[in-house]
Design a binder for this molecule. Structure first.
Ligand SMILES: Nc1nc2c(c(=O)[nH]1)N[C@H]1C(S)=C(S)[C@@H](COP(=O)(O)OP(=O)(O)OC[C@H]3O[C@@H](n4cnc5c(=O)[nH]c(N)nc54)[C@H](O)[C@@H]3O)O[C@H]1N2
Ligand SMILES: Nc1nc2c(c(=O)[nH]1)N[C@H]1C(S)=C(S)[C@@H](COP(=O)(O)OP(=O)(O)OC[C@H]3O[C@@H](n4cnc5c(=O)[nH]c(N)nc54)[C@H](O)[C@@H]3O)O[C@H]1N2
Ligand SMILES: [Mo]
Length: 652
């Protein structure tokens, strides 16, 4: 059996180096490359069978499709692209009426090609986003810029704090390092709303009320202050220290503990953890998907700063992200001097499309499935259907089903690309599989080819792929050339100093900026006592689900001690939910509507929480985002998915 090196450039933080192996029966297995320092020889279950499960799926779209009545007919690339170019020509003088958004189907440099084309047209884009906007904005407010401790930091930490990051599901390779540190005696504390995924990684857990991390961080800071354990040298490097101390004095420990539903012993434990460092805080993104998501992150940063965790080897806050400067994606940027583009708010996109003035006539969605992944999703679907909508999409997703034209892209391992991943500091080479192993279906084109074909029709110059790739490495701080990358499979960034070790921050005055507010959590509205939460899942990547996975009703979980349980008549099958099996159908209700679900009881979950699968498809009855109201978090235009309240209803 021969092995070929390649890489997974998929929307995931781990960015694995892979070995592709062709078996005698023609199946291709992918496994983690044993020589890559971060991948360390294993990859997730989702990727092992990717060729069979995704590339060779029988329902893959393999030719352009044009809307015809309620359905579609096949078309040639010429016909489809001529049609699209014709519409764009008509809008050339009113680019505000064109909306373009490509998401991160992959992190490839070439993959982003349509940004090059639509940026040059001056098309509108989105403001805010789905993923990590509140956290990003909070980091910039506090530190002035986003810099990460090195991914190997767990190995030099004295203590580790998993603050809302489920390693097994989200980033198993960072999980490997935490397990390795634990083996050497490094203790790990986890803070989450009662999520069993943390159990293998943590010695101790603190269960928190969803959305209330700022009160827990404030309580730990207050305890450190009261016991004289704040790091005075660190405080001297902050702007806003006096105001913060006054804010802590204005709240009693009991009130803070009640706000986050954490007992005083756990608050003391957290304070001890932070003062007996260096403590490495590994922060997840869940806590920023609430109305006060930015403030939550800023309080965690403040706790790390004031306890002396920042700027020390083995300390720091890992956010998983941040530009390490080793690969540039700037090639798609519009030339200087182009007028500022119009933006529509991501978090309320459906409403914005309905009311936009001037209207949006043309929408391009690529590597993005908003009808499954954006709030108020049914409204987005309605708005897309009323416009000329192009979807670059390999499957008949909810979003593709709303399109006027569907263009089927080549996927991972079907064309060459390079990428960086958020969780490590390597540039990865995604090598296509050799044609005698697997060829892309004849009717698909890579994102890059699609954009090149469109650019030609619009009279725009378009660069060649090798030039783009070489420049993406050259314009950054590479540790090698494109040839080196092709030969070696990956390149590591040059070593970076420990962030903020010199005590100088990237803010205007060079100081760390402490958060100034501690805002109460909005109350649950009358009749909706549960938080509708949709956490990352180990076996699913966002909305990339096979339709048949959604044949049964989605299962939602609540705690056995959730107040809603007493109000439901859990018959025998409902009770069996206690052992993890779902019960009989009930309805999940929000002010936007309802959907049929089954209930399972999950001990340990916070009683306020209802956990539903994320990324389910509306057309399969799994469209939880159609129940999530359009709402922005306090910073960055982040969609506040977890700010949604809901209830369960049972038919008589
Ligand atoms: N297998 C898999 N991996 C993925 C993805 C996937 O879909 N599947 N998605 C990728 C993407 S795009 C992203 S953005 C990341 C997201 O990964 P995460 O950063 O983990 O983000 P979420 O799934 O939003 O957050 C869920 C986590 O936050 C915790 N949490 C939720 N609310 C709170 C709270 O109020 N306080 C605290 N302390 N914790 C809370 C939950 O326990 C849960 O572990 O994962 C990436 N990796
Ligand atoms: N309720 C709720 N909703 C959420 C979240 C949540 O926590 N709760 N999390 C949010 C987060 S963190 C994120 S990042 C967003 C993600 O939201 P999306 O960006 O919509 O993510 P995906 O579901 O991965 O959609 C990617 C689409 O690209 C297609 N695709 C795959 N490979 C390729 C390719 O190579 N080329 C092209 N052109 N297309 C391809 C897939 O079939 C899929 O339809 O979802 C957000 N939605
Ligand atoms: Mo994300």
């Amino acid at each position: 059996m021969t092995s070929l090196p390649t890489a997974c450039l998929s929307h995931c933080h781990d960015g694995c180096a892979l070995l592709a192996q062709r078996q005698d029966d023609g199946r291709i297995r992918l496994r983690g490359h044993p020589d890559h320092p971060f991948t360390a020889g294993f990859c997730c279950a989702k990727m092992q069978d990717y060729v069979q499960h995704t590339l060779r799926r029988p329902d893959r779209l393999v030719t352009p499709l044009l809307r015809e009545g309620d359905g579609f007919r096949t078309a040639s690339w010429e016909e489809a692209l001529d049609l699209i170019a014709g519409v764009l020509h008509g809008l050339r003088n009113t680019p505000d009426r064109i909306l373009h958004h490509i998401d991160y189907a992959t992190f490839g440099v070439l993959h982003r090609a349509s940004e090059y084309v639509f940026g040059r047209l001056g098309a509108a884009g989105l403001a805010g986003g789905s993923c990590v906007r509140a956290m990003g904005a909070a980091i910039v407010k506090d530190f002035g810029a986003h810099r990460e401790p090195h991914w190997s930091t767990p190995l030099s930490a004295r203590r580790i704090l998993l603050w809302g990051r489920n390693l097994a599901a989200q980033t198993p390779h960072a999980g490997r390092l935490v397990l390795q540190a634990r083996k050497h005696g490094v203790p790990v504390l986890a803070i989450h709303p009662g999520d069993p995924g943390y159990a293998p990684f943590a010695d101790t857990s603190i269960r928190i009320r969803p959305g209330s991390d700022r009160f827990l961080a404030a309580a730990a800071l207050k305890h450190l202050k009261d016991t004289g354990r704040l790091d005075q040298q660190a405080l001297a490097r902050c702007t806003g220290a006096e105001a913060l101390l006054a804010l802590l004095d204005a709240h009693s420990l009991d009130a803070l503990a009640a706000a986050c539903d954490v007992c005083p012993e756990s608050i003391r434990l957290l304070a001890d953890w932070m003062s007996d460092g260096p403590t490495h805080v590994i922060l997840g993104r869940g806590l920023q998907r609430y109305a006060l998501g930015g403030e939550n992150v800023r309080w965690v940063n403040a706790l790390a700063m004031c306890s002396g965790a920042i700027g020390r080897e083995g300390g720091g806050v890992s956010f998983v992200g941040g530009d390490k400067g080793h690969l540039s994606y700037a090639w798609t940027k519009a030339p200087a001097g182009m007028p500022r583009r119009r933006t529509l708010p991501f978090a309320s996109l459906g409403q914005a499309l309905e009311t936009a003035d001037p209207p949006v006539d043309f929408v391009w969605t690529e590597g993005w499935n908003p009808v499954a992944t954006a709030p108020d999703a049914a409204r987005i679907a309605r708005a897309l259907r009323r416009r000329f909508h192009v979807a670059v999409e390999p499957f008949m997703t909810d979003t593709a089903a709303c399109a006027t034209v569907i263009l089927p892209p080549a996927l991972l391992f079907e064309s060459e690309d390079i990428a960086r991943a958020a969780g490590h500091d390597f540039v990865m080479h995604g090598r296509p599989l050799p044609p005698d192993w697997h060829t892309a279906p004849a009717g698909v084109r890579s994102n890059f080819q699609i954009s090149a074909l469109l650019a030609t029709r619009l009279g725009l110059e378009f660069p060649d792929a090798d030039t783009v790739l070489a420049e993406a490495l050259q314009t950054a701080t590479p540790a090698g050339t494109l040839e080196d990358l092709r030969r070696q499979g990956w390149l590591q960034a040059r070593p970076q100093p420990i962030p903020w070790a010199d005590g100088q921050f990237a803010t205007k005055n060079g100081r760390f900026h402490l958060v100034k507010t501690l805002t109460p959590e909005p109350e649950a509205p009358e009749g909706y006592p549960l938080r509708l939460l949709t956490f990352v899942e180990r076996n699913a990547l966002l909305s990339r689900r096979r339709p048949e996975e959604m044949d049964d009703l989605p299962v939602v979980c609540v705690a056995p001690d959730s107040p809603c349980v007493a109000t439901l008549d859990l018959d025998q099958s409902g009770q069996s939910g206690q052992s993890g099996r779902p019960g009989r159908p009930i309805r999940l209700v929000t002010p936007l509507g309802s959907m049929a679900v089954r209930l399972a009881l999950r001990p340990g979950l916070h009683p306020d929480a209802l956990l539903a699968p994320r990324g389910g498809w509306l057309s399969r009855g799994w469209g939880v985002n159609a129940l999530i109201e359009p709402r922005e978090a306090d910073l960055g235009g982040q969609a506040a998915y977890y700010a949604q309240w809901c209830r369960l209803e049972q038919d008589d």
